[in-house]
Design a protein around this ligand. Sequence first.
Ligand code: SF4
Ligand code: SF3
Length: 541
Amino acid sequence: MYCYQCEEAARGCGCTTVGVCGKDAETAGLQDVLIYLTRGIAVRNLVAMEHGVGNKEAGTFIAEALFATLTNVNFDRVRFRDYIARAIAIRDALPPAGEDEPDACTWTPANDAGIAAKADEVGVLATADEDVRSLRELLVYALKGVGAYYYHAAALGYEDDEVTAFIQRALASTLRDLTVDEMVGIVLECGGVGVQVLALLDTANTATFGTPAITAVRTAPGTRPGILVTGHDLKDLKDLLDQTEGTGVDVYTHGEMLPAHAYPMFTEYEHLIGNYGGSWPFQKEEFEAFNGPVLVTTNCLIPPKASYRDRIYTTGPVGFAGCTHIPDAADGTRDFSAVIEHARHCRPPKNLHGRVRPRDLITGCAHGAVLSIADTVVDAVKAGAIRRFIVMAGCDGRQSERSYYTEFAKALPRDTVILTAGCAKFRYNSLDLGDIGGIPRVLDAGQCNDCYSLVVIAQALAKAFDVGINDLPISYNIAWYEQKAVLVLLALLNLGVKNITLGPRLPAFVSPGVLKVLVENFGIRANTTVAEDLALMVPEH
Ligand code: SF4
Ligand code: SF3
């Protein structure tokens, strides 16, 4: 195996025997083969689409397949073998793309050993040139982000054929020998598609669940048995809440589900009690203490301990051998009765006092809520009460060096406001950083996809001050971990945002040559120390 798609890539290079995330070599190989096959589907379907005989479902399948290979989503070999079988069936039902199709369009494994042998041939290291490999992988990782966000939007009935067509065009491009300039062009184009898919998901969420309002979320557990819902899929949360109504079972959000509490529709469920725990790296301790079933709707799943494995339920692309998977339903509404029945026999959650302070968490500061108080914000900037905004969005991670973000947040002067989204916020959202004239100093727009909100807010501020987006008093100190963050970063670049600081480590898949392009064109830099970065991002501090 060779995997270097996330921030934890072993030794800052790549995982070669087993992933730091827990992914084993066999699963890594199955993922490589699945991605290879999606390239073959793409080549055939693009030609078929040109002739008006394309398969729309192929695009949706590819989005889900890419999502399944994203870090901390699926560790289950059986599920990947099934994805591979489905990929071959979809591909083979499409007409050939011509006389000399690439191998990805025709290769068929004889057995599991054949798949394993193919994995060695088509993995990351199949591309010898370091820069070409870097650009191809950068593109594929960003596409995993597109696939993930598209999956959630589609679950709510919001689809966009342009997005799935781009995914296929981009995948097919990785089978061709393109110039570096051409590859950079597609990577940047992917940032534009990133903006498009983030906007699609924003529309899907707000049209379905309402416009989020700034909301304080309880963190102290109740006294009844509960189900903990983690991940990003709001549709699963909604369906679970409907099915738990009147059962005596409470529902709690975990990690990236926290922002759900800010949507008007979710505030109507009295048994949606509050948020439990913090971000994904702490889930072993938190899932153990929760006592009840945990529904994992997306990343990040850490291989569960045997002590609570039977309480983990997965949906959609998520999987882990030994955990119960809730199957998809023909009408789109999954049946959670087994999870609910399980919960009835469980003890209520333990109080997590000690590590997590029992303090309400503020969320829902998405574009609708912030722009409704835009005049107050603009006045505070004009009056000098707010000197600067710092975008600290992105991912959390498990290494101790992530404490940098807590220290950075604490060290920020009191006339600065943090704009955040994603699970990175759990490093500082329970600190009492106060407010500026009633505006919370940590404005949490929501999940990582709600970075889109931060862009909408920045664009509105740029308009209000009649300046360019890079002339605003905003600095970017982004934390990344997995491939959705790669897409969000490309989306920011596509919108013209410059001088982003990225940490805690630069991606292993970015070669020195590609890094040079990013530095020269966009001013991307790696974070350093709190003091040095503060001096740079909050001038005259
Ligand atoms: Fe390693 Fe990250 Fe790949 Fe897991 S996803 S194998 S930790 S690089
Ligand atoms: Fe977090 Fe896994 Fe990236 Fe949605 S839940 S941001 S890391």
